[in-house]
Design a protein. Structure first.
Length: 254
């Protein structure tokens, strides 16, 4: 089966520093895939290359059969890759529902004429976006907070809202950058369940970067480990847990 997302010899340099070196990745449709490694290993840099934030110095990124090198983040999102960020990026003054709706705008079927004149098509499209956003809030357990300003949400719910907004872009692949950061143990258990639901019920492929080893080992079927910009291991959770290089590089020795 061909990969939904595939990179070949992906490399990026900043000045004289090689941040990621000859990185190869293959994720099949429907997988729940983890990318882990110590701080500074290059994980977020990989995300930035996959989503059009950074242009690779060398190598290629293919998604759904298309070469996406050089495409900007908006173009990449329209092709079907969405992402969240380590630092939550919400519109604090907008409502929870309005934040979720912003993700759906890229697939809007209205033009400037419709917006200015408030045509019937404008109202139909606005209703479609609102309904879909509310469905995703229900999916994330946030429907009872739909009318609140986003700034009033507790931290864990802000994380979930960011994921809901990413899902509103109708992705084939969602990239979650440390989604459990700052969460307590109960919130992490709930997050694990939600990530599985995204893959199983919404049928969206998931790529996750996460420092919480328990969460990664619990939910991911395949894990790739980066260290100093290079892949040092690839396998199932049990294989990764028993890999000597991973123990030394990531866990600090036996």
């Amino acid at each position: 089966m061909s990969a939904l997302l595939e990179t070949s010899d992906l490399t990026i340099r900043f000045g004289g520093l090689t941040a990621v070196d000859s990185f190869n990745l293959a994720i099949s449709e429907g997988e729940l895939f983890g990318l882990i490694g110590p701080n500074g290993a290059g994980k977020t840099t990989v995300f930035n290359m996959l989503t059009g934030v950074y242009l690779p110095t060398e190598g290629a990124v293919h998604f759904d059969g298309n070469l996406i090198n050089g495409k900007n983040p908006v173009q990449v999102a329209r092709l079907g890759i969405s992402r969240t960020f380590q630092n939550i990026r919400l519109f604090d003054e907008l409502s929870v529902l309005e934040n979720a709706m912003t993700g759906a705008h890229q697939h809007s079927k209205i033009n400037l004429f419709d917006s200015l004149l408030r045509t019937p098509r404008h109202y139909r499209e606005e209703k479609r976006q609102r309904d879909r956003a509310y469905e995703l809030l229900e999916f994330m357990g946030l429907e009872d907070r739909a009318g609140l300003p986003a700034k009033q949400l507790p931290y864990g719910h802000r994380r979930k809202l960011e994921i809901a907004r990413a899902l509103a872009t109708e992705p084939k692949l969602i990239c979650l950058d440390e989604p459990a950061a700052g969460m307590n143990s109960g919130e992490k258990v709930e997050l694990s369940q939600l990530i599985r639901k995204i893959r199983d019920e919404l049928e969206i492929t998931v790529l996750v970067i996460e420092h919480d080893m328990k969460l990664v080992m619990d939910i991911c079927e395949k894990i790739q480990v980066l260290d100093y910009g290079k892949t040092i291991a690839l396998g199932t959770p049990s294989e990764i847990q028993n890999d000597k290089q991973v123990i030394e590089a990531y866990l600090g020795g036996e």
